[in-house]
Design a protein around this ligand. Structure first.
Ligand code: GLU
Length: 280
């Protein structure tokens, strides 16, 4: 079986136990099936990415006994690829500039309707306020969004999930995206691309067949599968694993430095101890 997976941390803080779990799970799974494990540095957000955090990622992973195949891919080396994809979508007339701030979206959404979700994986569900703006009107500070009302899907679209919580096949339709996401952001102000656009391009360029990542990204898979189809990129399989939580049941975040791998290392913990702590 062709199995290529990856761990794709953002170098914006120290890796914590949640990252260790994700990286070890992807690494061990690739090894168990004779596949490949790759490392990618998701440094799309250049205002927050730091080379010191990137160096610490390499150190932590090596200490954990994780070895990756081939060179590390860094998003910051591929901004042109993202721009090509944006141009491709723009040439198809699918994207428009958007200058709505959170407050504008809240006002546009006005009275919440019962049974209709207000929030999706990217926050408030965008009601399409700027849809009538053209790319020629783009001003600095504008984001770019994909107009779902203009998008077409030529075939039934789906993705396969192997994680327990959402095990099975999930269908992606424009209707579902309209109700649960709103027009997806393709590029943010001051950034080369949105996270979703970059990830599908990176995964395809690296020949990724399986994404193993935290449960918090499950809903994002609908957007990513949709973007793959719009850009003629191959589908991949997903495995979303439960998040590592602190003693109060709260999910760990980058700012939980107490759970940073580097702190455990400094305290003399062993990689086996970390494996036990995350339940591996
Ligand atoms: N860079 C993303 C993160 O740190 C992960 C991307 C992905 O796994 O698709 O959350």
């Amino acid at each position: 079986m062709n199995f290529v997976t990856r761990f794709a941390p953002s170098p914006t803080g120290p890796l914590h136990l949640g990252h260790a779990f994700s990286a070890l799970l992807a690494h061990d799974t690739a090894r168990a099936v004779g596949g490949q494990f790759l490392l990618r540095i998701d440094d799309l957000d250049q205002t927050r990415a730091r080379s010191t955090w990137e160096d610490l990622i390499y150190e932590d992973l090596e200490w954990l006994g994780i070895r990756w195949h081939g060179p590390v891919r860094k998003q910051s080396n591929h901004f042109e690829d993202y721009q090509d994809a944006i141009n491709n979508l723009a040439n198809k007339g699918l994207i428009y500039p958007c200058r709505c701030k959170r407050r504008d979206i809240e006002v546009a959404l006005d009275a919440p309707q019962e049974g209709v979700p207000r929030f999706g994986p990217d926050g408030l569900i965008y009601p399409g306020t700027c849809r009538n703006r053209s790319m020629q009107d783009r001003q600095s500070g504008d984001a770019l969004r994909l107009d779902l009302s203009k998008a077409t899907l030529v075939e039934p679209l789906a993705f396969t999930e192997t994680g327990q919580a959402h095990l099975g096949t999930h269908h992606v339709t424009i209707d579902h995206l309209q109700t649960h996401v709103g027009d997806p952001v393709i590029a943010r102000s001051g950034m080369a691309a949105s996270y979703h656009l970059a990830v599908v391009i990176d995964d395809a360029a690296s020949g990724i067949t399986h994404a193993i990542r935290g449960e918090d990204l499950f809903d994002a898979s609908y957007i990513q599968r949709f973007l793959q189809a719009q850009l003629n990129l191959p589908p991949i399989e997903y495995h979303h694993h439960p998040l590592v939580r602190d003693d109060n049941g709260k999910r760990l975040a980058k700012r939980d430095d107490a759970r940073a791998i580097s702190n455990y290392r400094a305290d003399g913990a062993t990689p086996d101890y970390i494996r036990k702590m995350v339940g591996l």
